[in-house]
Design a protein around this ligand. Structure first.
Ligand code: ZN
Length: 159
């Protein structure tokens, strides 16, 4: 499911608002700085990002149908993913990014971000495009991680 592209949201209704509430709760409980709807089993183009992990709720960004408007530069830092627990990797990301999408009132919002915010936007937008950060690693690192994950899946997740 994490490798299937998600569908655009057609109308921002109570269902979408409840979805965002669930996503925010899941993100804060993890705890994490971002989450995409397919990560909780809903194949819709919705993401949430909060670099403060709930410490400052004014920093919470909920975006419906987000799109990357422009990107420039490159950065590479360790990323983790709530859907790939216990593993990290350092995919190449743009240094700066401009993203647009709709807020929960259906108004278009535009955000520009660099550093961690740029990485978080890219990571979550990848999720709704059916990409996990592991897919952006070098083939060698990806194979190593896949082998580890398979081994762990065979022996159960409790080890
Ligand atoms: Zn992720």
């Amino acid at each position: 499911m994490l490798h299937a592209p998600s569908q655009p949201v057609r109308a921002i209704d109570d269902g979408v608002r409840r979805l965002v509430d669930d996503m925010v709760d899941t993100m804060y409980a993890a705890p994490g700085i971002g989450l995409a709807a397919p990560q909780i089993g809903v194949p819709l183009r919705v993401i949430v990002v909060d670099l403060t992990v709930g410490e400052d709720r004014t920093q919470l960004i909920s975006l419906v149908n987000p799109e990357i408007v422009s990107k420039e530069g490159e950065q590479r830092h360790e990323e983790g993913c709530l859907s790939v627990p216990g593993y990290g990797g350092s995919p190449v990301r743009p240094a700066r990014i401009v993203v647009k999408g709709l807020d929960l009132d259906g108004q278009e919002r535009v955000f520009s971000g660099s550093d961690l915010l740029a990485r978080a936007f890219c990571h979550e937008i990848d999720h709704i495009d059916g990409l996990v950060f592991v897919d952006r690693l070098t083939p060698l690192k990806r194979d190593l991680m896949k082998r580890k994950l398979k081994k762990r899946a065979r022996s159960g997740w409790d080890e």
